[in-house]
Design a protein around this ligand. Structure first.
Ligand code: CTP
Length: 417
C-alpha cells in the first residue's frame, strides 16, 4: 500500500472531465488527500460542487485569476500556497491546450501558475481526439514534457467522444492513481534500484550491415514500466528498438553486446535487482569492414569469421553480489533442461523461459507465456497473457525475493546467500 499523499488534481476542459469525480473518489479511497483546481472550460463539463464534496475541500477555479481583475494579496499567493501544499500534481484530463501551456511554461490561470510554481513530480493524463493527439505540435509538447520527467498515464486507444475509435482516450482512473503513486515514489519498490536490459544487440559487419536478432524489446520495456510503477528507480539499457521510453524510466541506448556490457557494469553495482531481458548476441564478426563490403563479380561473400561476446549475465554476480539476478531464455526445444542448466551456469536467481518455436507467443507478439525457474522452490508457470500483465506477475515474484533478502540482511543472524 502506498503512503498517503497530498495530490493536487488539475482538471481541464474535455469531456473526460466527468471521470475526474471517479478519480477523486479513488484517490481518497487509497488514503490520499485531494485538492482540485479547475480550468475555466472544465467547469462546463464537471460541477465544482461535485469535486468539492468528493474531495472534502474547496475547489480552486480559474475565475480567481481573471486577467485585469484586481486580486487581494491572499489570492495572489494562492497558487504558491497550492504548489507548496501538493506532493504530486496530476492533470486529468489534460487537453491539448493544457499540454501546450505546460510545455511552454505559460501561466495564465490558477492551474498553470500553480504548475509553474510546483517543483515535485507531475502526472498528466491526456484526453483528446486522435487527430489532435497525433498532430506534430501536440507530440512535440508531449515529448518536451516527457523529457522533463513528466509522467504520462495514457492516452489509450478506444471509443472517442466523436463516436470514432482511436488513440486519445483518457486512461482509466485506476491507471492514473497508479501513476500518481509511482511518480511520488511511494510504491512497494520505493528506494530500490532496478536495472533492466531489453531488445536485441546489433553486431556490425560494415558501416551498413549488422547481425541481429528478432527481439522486439517489448517484454523488457514492460518490465521497466512495471518497476517504475512500483516506485523503483529504473535504469533501462536498450538495444536498437523502436519503442517509447516508459514514464519514470532512465533509458540508455546501446547497439552492441560490448556496449551493453559496459553500461550494465556501470549501473549494476547500485542495483537491487537486475533483469537481463535483452537478447544479447553470443558472437560478433571478428572484423568490421571500414567501408561497405562490395559485391564482387560472380563471387559469393567469403565466410564471416566470428568471435565470442562476453556473457553479461554470467559475469554479473562478481559485479553486483547483492543484487537479485534474473535471466531470460528463449528456447525452441527442451525448454526445461536448457532453462535449468542456464540458471546454474549463469548463477542467476531466476530464469524466465519461453518457447519461441510457438508462433502465437514468439518475438514480435504482444503476449507471452513463460515458466520461471528459480533457486529455491518449484518452477512457476504463467499462462499466456499480455506482456504488461506478465510483467506485473513476474514482479510479484521478484519483489517477494527482494524483501526476503532485505530482511535477511538486516537481521542479526544474517548469513551468506
Ligand atoms: N545473455 C548475456 N550475455 C550474452 C548472452 C546472453 O547476458 N552474451 C543473457 C541474456 O540476456 C539472457 C540469458 O543470458 O538473460 C540467456 O540468454 P540465451 O541467449 O538464451 O543464453 P545463451 O547462454 O546464449 O544460450 P544459447 O546457447 O541458448 O544461445
Amino acid at each position: 500500500m502506498s503512503r498517503p499523499l497530498r495530490v493536487l488534481l488539475g482538471v481541464s476542459g474535455g469531456i473526460a472531465a466527468y471521470k475526474s469525480a471517479e478519480l477523486v473518489r479513488r484517490l481518497r479511497a487509497r488514503g490520499h488527500e485531494v485538492r482540485c483546481a479547475l480550468t475555466r472550460s472544465a467547469v462546463a463539463f464537471v460541477a465544482p460542487l461535485t469535486l468539492e464534496v468528493l474531495s472534502g475541500r474547496p475547489v480552486d477555479q480559474e475565475e480567481y485569476l481573471v486577467p485585469g481583475v484586481a486580486h487581494g494579496p491572499e489570492i495572489e499567493e494562492a497558487h504558491i500556497a497550492a504548489a507548496a501544499w501538493a506532493e504530486v500534481l496530476c492533470v486529468a484530463p489534460a487537453t491539448a491546450h493544457v499540454l501546450a501551456r505546460l510545455a511552454l511554461g505559460l501561466a495564465d490561470d490558477f492551474l498553470t501558475t500553480t504548475a509553474l510554481a510546483f517543483t515535485g513530480p507531475v502526472v498528466v493524463a491526456p484526453a483528446m481526439h486522435s487527430a489532435m493527439w497525433e498532430k506534430p505540435a501536440t507530440q512535440q509538447h508531449a515529448g518536451t514534457l516527457k523529457g522533463r520527467g513528466v509522467w504520462f498515464a495514457g492516452p489509450v486507444e478506444g471509443p472517442l467522444a466523436s463516436g470514432e475509435v482511436g488513440m486519445g482516450r483518457m486512461a482509466e482512473p485506476e491507471t492514473i492513481v497508479a501513476a500518481v503513486e509511482a511518480a511520488a515514489g511511494s510504491g512497494p519498490l520505493a528506494g530500490r534500484t532496478v536495472l533492466v536490459t531489453a531488445g536485441p544487440t546489433h553486431e556490425p559487419l560494415d558501416p551498413v550491415r549488422f547481425l541481429g536478432n528478432r527481439s522486439s524489446g517489448r517484454m523488457g520495456f514492460a518490465l521497466a514500466a512495471e518497476a517504475a510503477r512500483r516506485g523503483a528507480r529504473v535504469v533501462l539499457i536498450a538495444g536498437p528498438v523502436a519503442l517509447a521510453t516508459p514514464s519514470g524510466v532512465t533509458r540508455i541506448d546501446v547497439v552492441t553486446a560490448r556496449e551493453m556490457e559496459r553500461a550494465v557494469h556501470e549501473h549494476a553495482p547500485a542495483a537491487d535487482l537486475v533483469v537481463m531481458a535483452a537478447a544479447v548476441a553470443d558472437f560478433r564478426p571478428r572484423r568490421v569492414a571500414a567501408g561497405k563490403i562490395k559485391k564482387e563479380e560472380g563471387l559469393p561473400p567469403a565466410d564471416i569469421e566470428m568471435e565470442e561476446n562476453p556473457d553479461i549475465l554470467a559475469g554479473l554476480r562478481a559485479v553486483a553480489p547483492r543484487a537479485v539476478l534474473v535471466g531470460f531464455a528463449a528456447e525452441t526445444e527442451d525448454l526445461d533442461r536448457h532453462a535449468r542448466a542456464k540458471l546454474e551456469r549463469k548463477d542467476a536467481d531466476f530464469l524466465v523461459a519461453n518457447d519461441v518455436s510457438r508462433r502465437d507467443i514468439a518475438f514480435e507478439s504482444g503476449d507471452n507465456e513463460v515458466t520461471v525457474f528459480r533457486r529455491q522452490g518449484e518452477p512457476v508457470f504463467f499462462s499466456r497473457r499480455p506482456k504488461p500483465e506478465l510483467a506485473a506477475s513476474l514482479f510479484d515474484l521478484f519483489t517477494a525475493t527482494l524483501s526476503d533478502r532485505a530482511d535477511r540482511e538486516t537481521s542479526p543472524a544474517a548469513g551468506p546467500r
